[in-house]
Design a binder for this molecule. Structure first.
Ligand code: MOS
Length: 750
């Protein structure tokens, strides 16, 4: 099935072409410089963080005398000698902008709020000296009983003021309770999704350098503006004094949207020592100190008539949240736009635990939400004795069912039908447990995908040199998604020049500010900004060119300007009319009227075939296909990679991924990549992606919609539904690990 259907290019230029990664060669030859490897600042000192061994309580005594005398040690920082810092502030979910940039003090008090919270930073001449010296610090704590369980404490749940992204916690249409009770066909199911950890390949790392009152922070960031703002608020200095540099990022998955202790502590230590200091979180430290996805309980209730039409749809989510900084994942929000039903109810509730804050992680909301909800839709289809695609298509809404506005574009049914045909869905036996190959049970499952489309304020600068070289600059990041490549395509296309003449520079806060990489808004936001800047540059070129180019409809193509039947090479034009070069800035604003007047989402459908061993319950992926409709596809190669990654995380969420919390101690137990399981090549089998062509002119000037996180939305449910179709066993506690499947499987008389 490895036959990618490349999107037909919507134009003759580079946009829509499967261009190789511009930064690929640098990366595979080790020449792309990541945060911890930056060396232009000269000799650095190394910091190592010591973490707390209790989850809640206070430090009674911290003895650093022996550590301070250890060889090579330059400085030991604890709450007693750390710089004064602002109070943490209230735990409640602030507005999105406040959340991203709020002060996040570290080593500020003797209070311990979560296990492995930093209690000291040791700075030494070498990393090894810093780490070994940390073991010489003696800490005595008064531990308090922490609360760590979610499911036994739902009665303590409270309603936050809003969910992540400023969305409403609750929604209600019609009368859910009455309609659900009266529905002839009902599904009432509770699912559990576990804590998860982002696990980017590159750990969180920062090098801080001060020059007088000016700070340069080399770090690994998704959004530079958030790091600037967060550091400025934590340090109490103007953000104009802070430069953040992050040209290459080894993955983020949401864990690098805001500052973490590496950035704050490197900054403090470098100021005290008047020397550059680098601090990285170890892989183990990342689990407690770089965010996680919270554990959740999902209660899905679906009521339908006998034909399968939904009469009532209810979705309640309880999520764990930190006591000191609230995070309410918008888990049920997608369900407000997915299927038609006259009576609807969605609610989010939080249960406080003594853990670090939860953070945005790979499709916040939809990833855990669609895992549960699209499993419930599969349960409904089976109860109705109907095909899962038919039930979904029957409940396809004509307009957004809760907002009452039209969809800008919506290709969900087309995705499902295309996928069904290409995957051979008609071969699926709807009766579970019937298809066998030897001692293997074979099953097929599908699920729908939906994800909101976002746009964030972003600006870019584009210049053309006298020799026709194009330089594009913006503080956008490339977190492995292909940003360098697609922005090169956008600029080359807009200016009608070869890609080889375009250089894109990212990851420096000296460049115009963007919304960064997050929420799958990167391509749309940064791409629109580059397009706007190119439009500005073309106006300047036209003005400089003079008549006849300035009094006609000038076109830019083939490295030439064309108007009124005349044309001139841009290189000649620049030498003639702009020997010092030209430069323009442009940008895109926040989401405007088209977001108010239209429901903007991307869609998809996932198809999975698995085998399950009757005797061992070993689940193997056999085939997976995702059909994706996400507006215009800038680059089918990088887009396909994004979707493949999302599908892989979907497999992980269904079958493997979980951060296990020891609820006695509040400690994440499996805090390394040996014990935190994610799918590797051997686990994913044959995968394919098909794009359905769309151009969404409501979304932005380029007609593109976010797709990075769409691949994970619903992907896990398709796997879970395939496991059900193979076995007839529904595991509602994710991941579907062997220990959960085997008892029920062994009880069957195969
Ligand atoms: Mo993404 S979880 O919004 O970086």
């Amino acid at each position: 099935m490895n036959t990618p259907m490349h999107n037909q290019a919507l134009s003759d230029g580079p946009i829509g072409q499967p261009v190789d990664r511009i930064d690929g060669r640098l990366k595979v030859t080790g020449r792309a410089t990541y945060a911890y490897e930056q060396n232009e600042m000269g000799p650095v000192a190394y910091g190592y963080i010591l973490g707390a061994t209790i989850a809640r309580g206070r430090i009674d005594e911290i003895d650093v005398r022996q550590a301070e005398r250890a060889p090579g040690v330059l400085y030991v920082m604890t709450y007693r000698n750390a710089p004064p810092q602002p109070a943490f502030g209230p735990p409640l979910t602030a507005t999105p902008a406040e959340v991203f940039t709020r002060a996040r003090p570290v080593l500020a008090t003797d209070r311990i709020r979560y296990y492995d919270e930093p209690v000291a930073l040791v700075v030494a001449m070498t990393f090894e000296a810093a780490r070994s010296t940390a073991s010489l610090i003696r800490v005595r704590y008064t531990a308090e009983r922490g609360d760590h369980d979610l499911t036994s404490r739902l009665s303590e749940a409270y309603t936050p003021t809003r969910t992540n992204a400023g969305l409403q916690t609750d929604s209600a249409v019609g009368d859910f309770d009455t309609a659900f009770k009266a529905a002839p066909v009902m599904i009432d199911a509770t699912y559990y999704t576990p804590y998860q950890s982002h696990n980017p390949m590159e750990p969180h790392a920062s090098i801080a350098c001060w020059a007088g009152e000016d700070l340069t922070l080399y770090t690994s960031a998704q959004t530079l503006a958030n790091f600037r703002g967060g550091l400025a608020n934590t340090l109490g200095i103007p953000q104009e004094r802070i430069r953040v540099v992050s040209p290459y990022v080894g993955g983020g998955f949401g864990s690098k949207l805001i500052i973490h202790p590496d950035a704050v502590l490197a900054t403090y230590a470098a100021r005290v020592l008047q020397q550059p200091v680098k601090v990285a979180l170890t892989r183990q430290q990342m689990y407690a100190n770089a965010g996680h996805r919270a554990a959740m309980q999902h209660h899905v209730r679906l009521g339908a008539d006998s034909t399968g039409k939904l009469l009532a749809m209810g979705y309640d989510v309880w999520s764990a949240t930190s006591r000191f900084e609230e995070f309410c994942e918008q888990t049920a929000v997608f369900a407000r736009s997915l299927y038609a039903a006259p009576n609807r109810l969605t609610r989010h509730r939080l249960v406080p635990v003594d853990l670090n804050r939860g953070e945005w992680m790979r499709s916040p909301g939809e990833a855990p939400g669609m895992l549960a909800f699209e499993s419930a839709m599969d349960e409904l289809a089976e109860r109705l004795n109907q095909d899962p695609i038919a039930v979904r298509a029957l409940n396809e809404p004509e307009i957004d069912p809760e907002r009452g506005v039209p969809f800008a574009t919506r290709s969900l049914v087309a995705c499902m039908r295309t996928g069904a045909e290409r995957f051979g869905w008609s071969n699926r036996n709807p009766v579970p447990g019937r298809v066998r190959e030897g001692r293997k049970l074979i099953g097929m499952g599908m699920a729908a995908a939906i994800r909101p489309n976002y746009l964030g304020p972003s600006r870019a600068q584009v210049s053309m040199s006298p020799t026709g070289r194009v330089l594009v600059r913006l503080d956008m990041t490339d977190i492995g998604t292909g940003t360098y490549t697609i922005l090169t395509q956008v600029a080359a296309q807009s200016l009608g020049v070869p890609m080889s003449t375009v250089q894109v520079q990212l990851g420096d806060s000296r460049f115009p500010q963007t919304a960064g990489s997050g929420g799958s808004w990167g391509a749309a936001s940064a791409g629109s900004a580059v397009e706007a800047a190119c439009q500005g540059l073309k106006q300047q070129i036209i003005q400089a060119a003079g008549v006849p180019y300035s009094d006609g409809q000038a076109q830019f193509a083939g490295g030439r300007i064309i108007a009124n039947g005349r044309s001139e090479r841009l290189t000649d034009l620049m030498m003639r009319a702009a020997p010092k070069g030209l430069q323009a800035e442009g940008g895109v604003g926040p989401m405007g009227d088209s977001y108010k007047n239209y429901s903007q989402h991307s869609n998809g459908a996932h198809f999975v075939e698995v085998s399950v061993d009757m005797d061992t319950a070993e689940i193997r992926m056999r085939r997976m296909l995702s059909v994706i409709a996400a507006g215009r596809v800038l680059n089918p190669k990088t887009a396909r990679s994004q979707i493949l990654g999302g599908m892989t995380w979907g497999i992980g969420a269904a079958l493997m991924e979980q951060t296990l919390l020891d609820t006695r101690h509040g400690h994440f137990i499996n805090h390394d990549l040996a014990e935190y399981l994610i799918p590797v090549n051997g686990d994913i089998a044959d995968m394919d992606v098909v794009f359905i062509e769309e151009a969404d002119e409501k979304a932005n000037v380029l007609g593109i919609k976010g797709l990075g996180e769409l691949g994970v939305c619903g992907a896990g449910a398709a796997v879970a539904n395939a496991v059900y179709n193979a076995t007839g066993i529904r595991v509602r506690e994710f991941p579907i690990s062997i220990d959960k499947l085997l008892p029920a499987l062994a009880a069957r008389d195969w």
